[in-house]
Write a protein that binds this ligand. Sequence first.
Ligand SMILES: [Fe+2]
Length: 383
Amino acid sequence: MEKEGNILIVDDEFGPRESLRMILKPLYNILTADNGQKALEIIKSSPVDLVTMDLKMQGPQGIDVLREIKKFNSDIEVIIVTGYASLKSAIEGIRYGAFDYIQKPFNVAEILSTINKSMERKKLYSQLKVFLKEIGKLVGLETEVAEIRDKFSDNSGFIDAARLVFNKIAEKNSANKNQINYLEFARLLANTLENRDPYSYDHSGRVNYYTNLIAQKLSMPKKDIADLQVATLLHDIGKIGISNTFIFKEGNLTEIELSIVKKHPEIGALIVEPLQISPLIMSVIRHHHEWYDGNGYPDGLIGEEIPYCARIVAIADAYDAMSSDRPYRKAMSLKDIKDEFSKNAGVQFDPEMVKIFIEILENKNNIIPNKSLIAGEPKFAVG
Ligand SMILES: [Fe+2]
């Protein structure tokens, strides 16, 4: 089995160092050091994703070692290992950028869960950095973006960084008087977002396709259909700052987790705001989770208060969710999906639009195979 990353265990006591090594060895590549000096040497010479460290060691003060590690590479996650007596310094460590602390004697489940969460955060941040880099390249602002990118170190920092980048793009755009190719731009954003896991792979592409079919049936103007295309690719852009653990978590989310996930339409609108894209696109990003009966989010709009295009995207979005595999369930059948839409006409969805969409689904030629990467080969998720 491929190991999930490289962990450096720093502890001057042999016992705890070895027991931690035994716990983590099956999942990660393990390096060990018995003092802070050695730890810093290892970090500078080999790739390390995460460090577990006892702050009370011989030699340089643990907290100084922690600061050195973060100075050398802020992407390295640090988890503090502590005895009850040194809880106060563990909390201080968190102030200096440590992810969390674990207490001695070790509880295996707790250690694994803390390390797992920390690795997940690290993965998310490096994807966010790649995302910003790609955007910088696309608009010819590589150096400026690199500077902004290196400054952020948490989620809200990312939103600020993304806004700064988009501000620069908007400035450049108005100076050059040439319009950004928003479709290309949106496609890049969507790809970056969806490539991070197989469950959402090409989600926006499919939402785009079904939205387009509905828009054609509704005889919308060409200009609006073009905007809708960009809007579908960007609709979930706010999820870029939210960990996959929440988005694809099996079963019920805790209240806090749910409130984070529900923030994605607002975050999305905030991120792209500096670009001053068309109001139609903004309305889809912000309102695609509103419900026709007013029970949706973020604004609880009712019926025709919900922007027209957001109502269309809500249907295409729900169709794609139902016809795709999820970690905790298989894709639904076409019949079940149609039943679900009928049941929710006037509740979650615009009833007139549901009628049109069910007509679209009656024609099997309209249904695209849902390529599931999980199954390893293309398959028809509906029918
Ligand atoms: Fe969404």
